[in-house]
Design a protein around this ligand. Structure first.
Ligand SMILES: C[S@@+](CC[C@H](N)C(=O)[O-])C[C@H]1O[C@@H](n2cnc3c(N)ncnc32)[C@H](O)[C@@H]1O
Length: 321
């Protein structure tokens, strides 16, 4: 009873109700909430603190920014969602809040677009070296079509594209990335497509901000070639996988295009199948399928790995080229 009573008490105030109504549409920073609510930052922060203390909101820091969102599980999550659903759409104040939320999102999308414009030529150049991205995405979906996914983790999510590709096949998607600029692009893109079940967070692939055994599928798409210690990254990915969970690595096969190192900060010029399988085994993952996508200067490889019980090896290894 105490938990519900304190949550109801916290929600039972006009500004806090408005805050819940806004966060029902996705996570927001204190500054964004201040702009929308037109109240001073100390006041907004106080309301947020009360809602967080009552267990209705989660708070997480990303560099200098602090984001708030409605909690995901427990009675408070149910209560908060129910309150959000009950808010009358024709309420004038709620409508004004949502209009201002639209403006805030537009400004975010513009910042993301500016970053994207500045970097797009750089990304396009790399893309031109291998098979079209759509073909890679089609193969990724097909290589994983037998995997039941409630929780997907996309490591090094960048613009959040992999979350988008999987959005129809998962219950929840989380992308982590070290770059706040990339996360701005990802957030704007996920919001524009109304993919509220997919979120992104600042996070390091060597220190993933998740509990052990919390994910069904982990994807590292074009990320491992930046890694200083790919074996360690894989070990960390394996840690958060549930037993029998699947990891998919998509990266280049060994190549000798030094430009990628000099101009694009790639640390590794691709990976050999044996090397990846060894790292996988050390991380408690068995290699169940390897697929090479030839076409263009670079070959893209898909390594499908499965979390095995200690010492057990998977039954099949399928090699497709
Ligand atoms: C080439 S992009 C790929 C993005 C995305 N996976 C895709 O394929 O569209 C590589 C991403 O890895 C991120 N990254 C690099 N090192 C990382 C680390 N240690 N932890 C998390 N993300 C990292 C970069 O910020 C960048 O967004």
């Amino acid at each position: 009873m105490d938990v519900i009573l304190s949550a109801l008490r916290a929600a039972g105030e006009p500004t806090r109700l408005r805050i819940l109504g806004l966060l029902g549409h996705g996570e927001l920073t204190v500054t964004e909430l201040t702009q929308i609510l037109r109240q001073s930052q100390p006041r907004v922060s106080r309301h947020l603190r009360l809602l967080s203390e009552a267990g209705l909101l989660d708070r997480f820091r990303e560099g200098a920014w602090v984001f708030y969102r409605i909690v995901e599980s427990g009675p408070q999550a149910y209560l908060a969602r129910t309150i959000v659903d009950l808010l009358p759409e024709d309420d004038m104040e709620h409508q004004r809040d949502l209009e201002r939320l639209g403006d805030v999102r537009e400004a975010r999308a513009e910042a993301a677009a500016a970053y994207f414009r500045a970097n797009a030529p750089h990304w396009d150049k790399i893309r031109s070296l291998y098979v079209p991205e759509e073909q890679v995405e089609k193969r990724i979906l097909s290589v994983l079509d037998d995997v039941q996914v409630n929780d997907l983790l996309d490591i090094g999510t960048g613009t959040g594209r992999i979350l988008e590709v999987f959005s129809r096949h998962i219950k929840r998607g989380l992308g982590i990335d070290l770059s706040p600029e990339m996360l701005t692009v990802a957030r704007a893109s996920l919001a524009a497509k109304d993919l509220a079940h997919c979120q992104v967070r600042l996070g390091d692939m060597y220190d993933i901000p998740l509990a052990n055994e919390s994910m069904d599928l982990v994807i590292l798409h074009q990320v491992l070639h930046f890694a200083e210690d790919a074996a360690l990254a894989l070990k960390e990915a394996a840690r958060v996988l549930r037993p029998d969970g699947v990891a998919l690595i998509v990266d280049f096969a060994p190549h000798d295009n030094e430009d990628l190192r000099d101009d694009h900060q790639h640390r590794r010029l691709g990976f050999a199948d044996e090397e990846v399988s060894l790292w996988a085994r050390a991380a408690g993952l068995g290699t169940t399928a390897i697929e090479h996508l030839d076409g263009g200067e670079l070959t893209v490889t898909l390594w499908r790995l499965r979390k095995t019980a200690a010492g057990q090896q998977p039954k099949s290894l399928e090699l497709v080229s």
